[in-house]
Ligand binder design. Sequence first.
Ligand SMILES: Cc1cc2nc3c(=O)[nH]c(=O)nc-3n(C[C@H](O)[C@H](O)[C@H](O)COP(=O)(O)OP(=O)(O)OC[C@H]3O[C@@H](n4cnc5c(N)ncnc54)[C@H](O)[C@@H]3O)c2cc1C
Length: 344
Amino acid sequence: MFPIPVQRDFSLRALNTFGIDARAQAYLAIDAMDAVDTLRAVRANAELSALPRLVLGGGSNLLLTRDFPGLVLHMCGRGIAVVGQDSEFTYVRAAAGENWHGFVQWTLAQGLGGLENLSLIPGSVGAAPIQNIGAYGVEVKDRFHALSAFDFSTGEVTVLDGPACRFGYRDSVFKHELRDSAVVLDVTFALPRKWQANASYADVAQALADKQISEPGARDIADAVIAIRTRKLPDPARIGNAGSFFKNPIVSAQQREALVQQHANLVSYRQDDGSYKLAAGWLIDQCGWKGKSLGAAGVYEKQALVLVNRGGASGAEVAALARAIQADVQARFGVVLEPEPVFI
Ligand SMILES: Cc1cc2nc3c(=O)[nH]c(=O)nc-3n(C[C@H](O)[C@H](O)[C@H](O)COP(=O)(O)OP(=O)(O)OC[C@H]3O[C@@H](n4cnc5c(N)ncnc54)[C@H](O)[C@@H]3O)c2cc1C
């Protein structure tokens, strides 16, 4: 029998960036070396396979609203390697448990550009495809090649390419059909050999201009992104948070036009399909929530899109604050805000 070193009644406080003090009924750390054997053993175990499962990476996109009455599978496996090259791309594979930012910095240190705009996003490599992480004009899907995942419904390892992952805005197949069955084991990225800078975002362009860099390299862009993020976003090590708490809502051109009639300074961005993305942070700010609190949960002073734990907040308190904000935004703008983190 393969050993399953499960720990019981395990505190998740240090394993979620909101710093919520919730406990898991059972917890299992999974290493890259024997990940598949361990997952197969869990699947074959009558007690463990009957429990609800939560696959955990860095806990930076989760809201634990209460204790978790199930098994947490914590992906801890490490390992990064260049696995191939062709005329267009260098292929780099990283294990699910690698820290995302550490991985991005590793690629840059090898002279491989492509992921620099995604510097300093918290979390793990394995979670990056789950919501197709994105920032400063680049999404994971733009550099994605394939991933391998353990499928709990079959007990086999499957390989998924980009189309199979069905990436969308903060979305993928792992939030839908494969939500309860797939455990991402490793992800392979295709990094362009003919690298081109993406400094299209105003903040990034400004940061480069301030440093008088007119032809930035990948490292320059990473440094600009790191400086901007450090200035704008709260460090989870100091103030508990999960980054942007709501997705930017997408509305039709008609709906946007009606909103502009009532709110002339509405912040919106045209999408390729003619729809518009609204700035959720602006909508929340207009409702007067920036800097406000409800119990120990609050809205970050510098960015209304980020909800924070002001100290000892429960997940239920954060959820209550989120609901109050959603209700106000809907009442004022008729727009529904959808949370970005996964509620557990
Ligand atoms: C300060 C801050 C800034 C942020 N900025 C951004 C940003 O700019 N852009 C952005 O897109 N996101 C951002 N985020 C959100 C977060 O960093 C990303 O969503 C990240 O990918 C989450 O990784 P994680 O390992 O912490 O995932 P977790 O929180 O552990 O898990 C998130 C979800 O993925 C699932 N999951 C995790 N690992 C696996 C796996 N190996 N296999 C299957 N399912 C898995 C979990 O079950 C859960 O449903 C930010 C968060 C913070 C705290």
